[in-house]
Each structure stands twice: as structure tokens, then as C-alpha cells.
Design a protein around this ligand. Structure first.
Ligand SMILES: NC(=O)c1ccc[n+]([C@@H]2O[C@H](COP(=O)([O-])OP(=O)(O)OC[C@H]3O[C@@H](n4cnc5c(N)ncnc54)[C@H](O)[C@@H]3O)[C@@H](O)[C@H]2O)c1
Length: 252
């Protein structure tokens, strides 16, 4: 029970990596609010509650300040405190700068980057009052290396790594640690529209050894376990770090 008595918010938790993060945190004793723009998050939370875990769902658009403030207010009413925040929600709309509309560019930055500013801005004062906390921002291997025809996403993930470092600096003295997990190709539907530009997921996975030296994609729970470590006391000296969980993708 590494997160006993901890109160956590996880965004983008209706499915994929965020769902696994919420599950692992709750299994380790945390009370978790699963935030997502997708109403299916209610069903996802119910699924976890039926196994005895302390989770609830709050419909949230992380790009909207009003929605974010409602989420944090809900957390304060339910828990009286927030010790852990995982900024995980993101969108991934492929294209080079000649293929992307201005709307897609703006929406990518609102959902992927501005959301972290809005939510952290609302949560950090609560953490300061209770003597500390831990924030994990979901970056990507694309925080370090680019990929073709993925400009808005790749650049947003680069920004998230540096945002994490800047926040880590500003709040280290308050006992608030901020880290950035940088996954490689994780087995969710997130990359499908980008993969379709290059012959589809199955075609690309034929050369998975070239992409990930470990020879396979990554499972959401492997990212969730990394998040669990980073927000636990076991990582008490780790802040401002970009933690690659990429199957070796960025080695060469
Ligand atoms: N899957 C991968 O290969 C991979 C690789 C590197 C990084 N990541 C990162 O991991 C995170 C999760 O990705 P995933 O693979 O689980 O994707 P996913 O599409 O399965 O889950 C993303 C979740 O975010 C939610 N979401 C989208 N816009 C939102 C908004 N405005 N407000 C609230 N919620 C919103 C979606 O509804 C969805 O539930 C993302 O930050 C992504 O960039 C994923």
C-alpha cells in the first residue's frame, strides 16, 4: 500500500494509460478521481469500484479553466486534499505543418500543454498548504526525438518536458516534485491515425525491433507502474526528471 491515504487526480483516465494509472494508484491505497472528457469514464470508474477500489469519475475538459476548477473543487469536497496529480490527457492529430490547420494546432496545445498549466495552477496551492505533493506530466519519447508528419504533437511533448522541469524548480522548496514520463509506443489506440499514414499499425509493427530494441510495444501498466514509483516516497529525491519508458526507442 505505497499510496495509503493519498488523494490523487488522474486526467485522461477513461481508457488507456490513464485508466491503468488510476487502477494501480487505487490498488496501492490511494483515493483517485478519474477525469476525462469522455463520458465512458463513468463506466471505467464503475468497473474499478466493483473490484473494491476507491475511485470516482469527474467529467472534465482539461483545456477549459472552468472545467478544471470544477474538477479541483470536486476533489477538495470529496477529499479535503490533493497529494498527487497526473496530467495525462492528450490528443494526437498527425500532419506536417503544411497538413495541419490552425484549429488543430491550437487544440493540440490547449489539450496537451495548456491543460497542465491550468490544472497544476489549481492544485499546487493545495499541495503547498499540506506540505508537498507529486505531479507527473505525461510526455513522450517525442519529448526527445521527432517523427515524420507529427509536428503539433511532437512539439507539444517537447514543451511538456521543459514545463515539468520549470515547475520542478519553482516548487522544490515546497516539497512538490514534478516529473515527466516519456513513453515509447504503448499498446493503446492513441497512435492509430498516425500509423495509418504509413501503411497502418500492423505494417509498422513488422519492424518493431527497429523501433523498440526490446522487440515489442509497451503495455499501459508498465507506464502506470513508473508513475506509481515516481509519486511514491521511493522517488523522494527525483524531481525535474524526464523518465524514458521507451523500450530503447531513443537509444540510437
Ligand atoms: N500510446 C502511446 O504510444 C503513447 C506514447 C507516448 C506518450 N503517450 C501519452 O500517454 C498519454 C495517454 O495516452 P493513451 O495512449 O492512453 O491515449 P488514449 O487515447 O487511450 O487516452 C487518452 C485519454 O485522454 C482523454 N482526453 C482527450 N482529450 C481530453 C480533454 N480535452 N480533457 C480530458 N480528457 C481528454 C481521452 O478521452 C482518453 O480517455 C498521452 O499524454 C499520450 O501523449 C502515449
Amino acid at each position: 500500500m505505497r499510496l495509503k491515504d493519498k488523494k490523487a487526480i488522474v486526467t485522461g483516465a477513461a481508457r488507456g494509460i490513464g485508466f491503468e494509472v488510476a487502477r494501480r494508484f487505487a490498488e496501492e491505497g490511494a483515493a483517485v478521481i478519474m477525469a476525462d472528457i469522455d463520458d465512458n469514464g463513468a463506466e471505467s470508474a464503475q468497473k474499478l469500484r466493483s473490484t473494491g477500489l476507491d475511485v470516482s469519475f469527474c467529467r472534465t475538459d482539461v483545456s477549459s479553466n472552468d472545467s478544471v476548477l470544477n474538477l479541483v473543487e470536486t476533489a477538495v469536497q470529496l477529499f479535503g486534499d490533493v497529494n498527487i496529480l497526473v496530467n495525462n490527457a492528450a490528443i494526437n492529430i498527425p500532419g506536417s505543418i503544411l497538413e495541419l490547420s490552425e484549429e488543430v494546432w491550437d487544440r493540440t496545445y490547449q489539450v496537451n500543454v495548456k491543460s497542465m498549466f491550468l490544472l497544476s495552477r489549481a492544485v499546487v496551492p493545495i499541495m503547498q498548504r499540506s506540505g508537498g505533493g507529486a505531479i507527473v506530466n505525461m510526455g513522450s519519447a517525442n519529448s526527445y526525438v521527432a517523427e515524420p508528419r507529427l509536428t503539433a504533437y511532437v512539439s507539444s511533448k517537447g514543451a511538456i518536458l521543459m514545463l515539468s522541469k520549470a515547475m520542478a524548480l519553482d516548487f522544490a522548496a515546497d516539497g512538490i516534485r514534478v516529473n515527466c514520463i516519456c513513453p515509447g509506443w504503448v499498446d493503446t489506440t492513441f497512435n492509430d491515425s498516425h500509423a495509418d499514414l504509413f501503411g497502418g499499425r500492423d505494417e509498422i509493427l513488422k519492424s518493431i525491433h527497429d523501433i523498440h530494441p526490446i522487440g515489442r510495444t509497451i503495455q499501459p501498466v508498465e507506464i502506470a507502474n513508473t508513475a506509481l514509483f515516481l509519486v511514491s516516497d521511493e522517488a523522494s529525491a527525483i524531481t525535474g526528471a524526464g523518465i524514458l519508458v521507451d523500450g530503447g526507442y531513443t537509444i540510437k
